[in-house]
Design a protein around this ligand. Structure first.
Ligand SMILES: [Zn+2]
Length: 266
């Protein structure tokens, strides 16, 4: 099976195999992706509804995780200080929206029934299923967020176009992803922790994610690199101090997570 790229329809070349799947790279847009023929129903049965996966999601937040979400909440309030309507796609148990303070009307989309129920109990308006069958009006939301979701998507272009439709003009889209062009994945290759196949179907970088956002009508206003726990924090500070002097850091981020804050173009 040799598929064309799911982002730009051009040809791909094989990088490596993992768990019986080929991981390929587009020869035109550089997006790294898994060759597969899964539907969302297949993935729910084989990956998301497994006990192992649910355990991971139902575990209460650690102090450290709560601190990360507080910081994220502050960044969103910095961009949109008046609040409004916010949608978290893949909202899980509502752990982020629950922490978000400010004047927000909170919505979520979540395919897993069990986690969606917990989010509903937290007062979030949850649609159980996919974004495409949620039936939101056009120009409805002020903010849409995707935390650790983009790598699971079967068709990111279709999802981002739908987000563009339901966001207001000038609305904010926040996307969080592993960064396959960071130093750690470059050193570890297929052993990098994000290469979970077929749980993850795409492996974006700060470059390919930026291109995907541009392709679907967004312009990136802010990019943050993070990851690696406490070690990553020290490296991040060092990177920041040295970035004016050591140009290498501008090309190869050390931390393996990227967060992009993008605005829907007028
Ligand atoms: Zn491509």
């Amino acid at each position: 099976m040799r598929e064309s790229c799911r982002i730009c329809s051009n040809s791909t070349s094989k990088l490596f195999s993992k768990n019986g799947y080929n991981v390929v790279k587009c020869t035109k847009c550089d997006t790294i992706q898994v060759e597969h023929d899964k539907t969302l129903d297949d993935l729910i049965k084989e990956v998301y509804d497994t006990e192992e996966h649910l355990d991971l999601y139902l575990t209460p937040l650690s102090k450290w995780e709560r601190r990360i979400w507080f910081r994220e909440s502050a960044t969103i309030n910095f961009f949109k200080s008046n609040g409004g309507k916010i949608l978290d796609i893949g909202c899980n148990t509502g752990k982020f929206l629950h922490i978000l303070d400010g004047n927000w009307d909170k919505y979520g989309v979540e395919p897993n029934l069990q986690t969606a129920k917990l989010a509903k109990d937290r007062g979030i308006k949850v649609h159980v299923g996919e974004i495409f069958d949620a039936g939101y009006d056009s120009d409805f939301f002020d903010v849409v967020t995707l935390y650790e979701v983009i790598n699971h998507l079967i068709d990111p272009i279709a999802v981002f176009k739908e987000i563009n439709r339901i966001l207001k003009s000038g609305g904010l889209l926040v996307v969080h992803s592993g960064n396959i062009e960071a130093l750690i994945p470059k050193l570890l290759g297929p052993k990098w922790k994000e290469i979970m196949v077929p749980t993850h179907l795409f492996f974006f970088s700060h470059r390919t994610l930026n291109d995907l956002l541009n392709r679907t009508g967004f312009s990136v206003k802010k990019t943050i690199f993070k990851g690696g726990g406490h070690f990553g924090k020290y490296i991040g500070t060092l990177e920041y101090i040295l970035s004016d002097y050591v140009k290498l850091f501008n090309r190869i981020p050390i931390e393996d997570i990227v967060v992009m804050y993008a605005i829907k173009e007028e």
